[in-house]
Write a protein that binds this ligand. Structure first.
Ligand code: ADP
Ligand code: ADP
Ligand code: MG
Length: 648
């Protein structure tokens, strides 16, 4: 076995790989970018090395730097994880040339499967059923339209070099083809460096069924069963499970055999996933599944397979890369029970699933389920990388029990600070169609409103619970007092002679103005926000000038309006204007050297779907301008520096 491994990745997958490596006695070498200085994967490994700035191309995609570190520290092999360089034939080749083992397939196999159109040509030759469509070299729009017409609508335009569900376009009528093609080519050329597309028949009621395969260097290739990843949003997986509802032993054998053929056709070695789309109209059938692509790496959802096979796929990857034979023969692979995985993201389902960046103030997972996470409370979700917080995996004897466990686990998970999709995942697990195993890949996008993925307005009962906490915090209580100098709030003894006294306290609830009423009677403060009393089922987490209230998987953010204002003003006493949170510079109103008056608008930052106006703290001159409009900035980043008018 290898003595050491350099893990060329970050987040949960880097942590996952490190755990198995440690168990196998392999020294773990982490790499990290400047944005990941405090990241968990760094601390979990035996050693860690800075490889560059936050931008992936400077760090996690920087082949030269990765190989330099690997050589300097004497790494025996490199594990690429998923994403980043995992499906780069050039990287795999560069590793080998540098004398390092690449824990993955040979560069030739990665390249053979790298372009979907070429891969389909190969699969067709190997006798693997492929989705009907056009996957040739000719790309002129007129010709492609003829092909689409011949295939018959609806069709799907796909980027040949694509991945991660990006750039796919469904077209329902010939009349829409040309405009859609133009847009698709523009988009995919920018995203993947090549505008080449293929056209596929759009399979009706599509279900995504994929087969996990493994091959060693001795010509043995087996499969570890299927995963059903039909719960997708915009072609990206949300919840995965195994076995697939309705799968029979006979069909598993057939799909498994097709996947093994696919792997053999490209000389595959290691872990890979052969993805099929199935026509789910009348359940799964032998003649109704077709190859769409092969992912030549470990898959995000591999734990589902681990749960029902009892195997450690990362261990298998290491063993095969080290030249060992496959640990099991096909007939020795057994499946036990049912497993489900949910991908927990820092995103806001109520606002178009926009990534939610910032500090993770609270993070608690229930015991008794498998959780793969790359962050901790106090950590950050930055705008640079995938905003996945964790994967939760449940395993039980039956599908219903595994789903119940998942629902319960999601309900008991707490994430505060950033918004998360917990409530949305919970709604999915409770959806009768999913419970019945009757979903296709379009289900989520059709049912967004029913799943709660639409703006729902502030939860004032949660806000009231949060406000209660703010009142209990010394500095915030003091702020309430100072904001209301003559208010009866000053009388803290609770001694009452007349009628109960009440005061109004201005709040910001999820950025919206709201008023809290404090009724101070009988020595006990009773509060309400916008008429709602504090919810009993809320959990409150403390932030700096605010609290985060979790209720039914949904977060409500509460702060005192005057405190928020005061804090913003006093922060810039030195004239250094900083970004209040991760976000984007929407507008910049000043230029270098310009004179500004106190309170003048300097810039607008958009963060968490809210616009924050930054103002000059005093009269002066713009002495430094650090950002440009349109730029992403991290919390605390310097935007501009104002020099006092009297400071010369
Ligand atoms: P899986 O089936 O493992 O979920 P995905 O296609 O969703 O596979 O990709 C897994 C990871 O790799 C995700 O983090 C995704 O963002 C990233 N990824 C995959 N392909 C690409 C690509 N071509 N460009 C950028 N990121 C990609
Ligand atoms: P990516 O590399 O982006 O993952 P895929 O080719 O795997 O691209 O397609 C992404 C998803 O789109 C699949 O998981 C599947 O659900 C859906 N899909 C792909 N091809 C078809 C098709 N021909 N008909 C219907 N749905 C499809
Ligand atoms: Mg895919």
């Amino acid at each position: 076995m290898f003595k050491s491994v350099l893990i060329a990745n970050r987040g949960e997958i880097a942590c996952r790989i490190a755990r198995t490596a440690k168990r196998l006695g392999i020294r773990t070498i982490a790499v990290y970018s400047a944005a990941d200085a405090h990241a968990l994967h760094r601390r979990l490994c035996d050693e860690s090395h800075l490889i560059g700035s936050a931008e992936p191309r400077d760090s996690y995609l920087n082949t030269r730097r990765l190989l330099e570190v690997a050589k300097n520290v004497g790494a025996a092999c490199i594990h690429p994880g998923y994403g980043f360089l995992s499906e780069s034939g050039d990287f795999a080749e560069a590793c080998v040339e540098a004398g390092l083992v690449f824990v993955g397939p040979p560069a030739s196999a990665i390249r053979a499967m790298g372009l979907k159109d070429r891969a389909k040509v190969l699969m067709e030759k190997a006798g693997v059923p492929i989705v009907p469509g056009y996957h040739g070299e000719r790309q002129d729009p007129k010709f492609l339209k003829q092909q689409a017409d011949a295939i018959g609508y609806p069709i799907l335009i796909k980027p040949a070099a694509g991945g991660g569900g990006r750039g796919l376009r469904r077209i329902d009528r010939g009349a829409d083809f040309e405009t859609a093609l133009e847009g698709a080519v523009r988009e995919v050329a920018a995203a993947f460096g090549s505008g080449r597309v293929l056209i596929e028949k759009y399979i009706s009621a599509p279900r995504h069924i994929e087969i996990q395969v493994f091959a060693d260097t001795y010509g043995n290739t087996i499969h570890l069963g299927e995963r059903d990843c039909s719960l997708q949003r915009r072609h990206q997986k949300v919840i995965e499970e195994s076995p697939a509802p309705g799968m029979t032993e006979k069909l598993r054998k057939e799909m498994g055999a097709a996947a093994v053929e696919a792997a053999k056709a490209v000389g595959y070695v290691g872990a890979g996933t052969v993805e099929f789309v199935a026509d789910g109209t009348g359940g799964l059938h032998s003649d109704a599944f077709w190859f769409i692509e092969m992912n030549t790496r470990l898959q995000v959802e591999h734990p589902v397979t681990e749960a029902i096979t009892g195997l450690d796929l990362v261990e298998w990857q290491f063993r095969i890369a080290a030249g060992e034979k496959l640990p099991l023969a096909q007939d020795d692979v057994h499946f036990d029970g049912h497993a489900v995985e949910a991908r927990v993201y820092a995103e806001d389902p109520e606002h178009g699933f926009l990534p939610s960046t910032g500090k993770i103030v609270g993070l608690e997972f229930p015991a008794g389920v498998r959780v793969e996470s790359g962050v901790e409370a106090g950590g950050e979700v930055t705008p640079y990388y995938d905003p996945m917080i964790a994967k939760i995996i449940t395993h039980a004897p039956s599908r219903a029990a595994a789903l119940d466990r998942m629902t319960e686990a999601l309900d008991r998970t707490l994430i505060a600070g950033v918004r998360s999709n917990l409530a949305f995942l919970g709604a999915l697990c409770r959806a009768p169609a999913f419970g019945d195993g009757k979903v296709d890949t379009g289900y989520i996008d059709r049912e967004l409103a029913a799943l709660g993925a639409e703006p729902r307005g502030p939860d004032y009962a949660a806000a009231a619970a949060g406000f209660k906490r703010l009142l209990a915090r010394d500095d915030d209580a003091a702020a309430v007092e100072s904001a209301e100098p003559d208010s009866p709030w000053d009388a803290r003894d609770g001694f009452q002679l007349g009628r109960p006294r009440s005061i109004a306290v201005p709040l910001l609830v999820d950025g919206e103005k709201a008023d809290a009423i404090v009724d101070y009677a009988g020595g006990e403060a009773k509060v309400a926000v916008a008429g709602a009393f504090p919810a009993a089922d809320a959990t409150v987490f403390d932030g700096k000038d605010e609290v985060f209230v979790l209720r039914r998987g949904r977060q409500t953010r509460v702060r005192l309006r005057n405190v928020a204002f005061a804090a913003n003003q006093s922060d810039a006493g030195d004239g250094v204007i900083r970004a209040p949170m991760h976000g984007k510079v929407l507008e910049l109103f000043v230029s270098m050297g310009e004179t500004v008056t106190a309170g003048q608008r300097l810039a607008v930052i958009e963060a968490m779907k809210m616009e924050h106006t930054l103002r000059a703290p005093f009269a002066g001159r713009v002495a430094e301008l650090t950002v440009a409009a349109g730029q992403q900035v991290v919390e605390g980043a310097q935007i501009t520096v104002i020099k006092r008018a009297d400071a010369g």
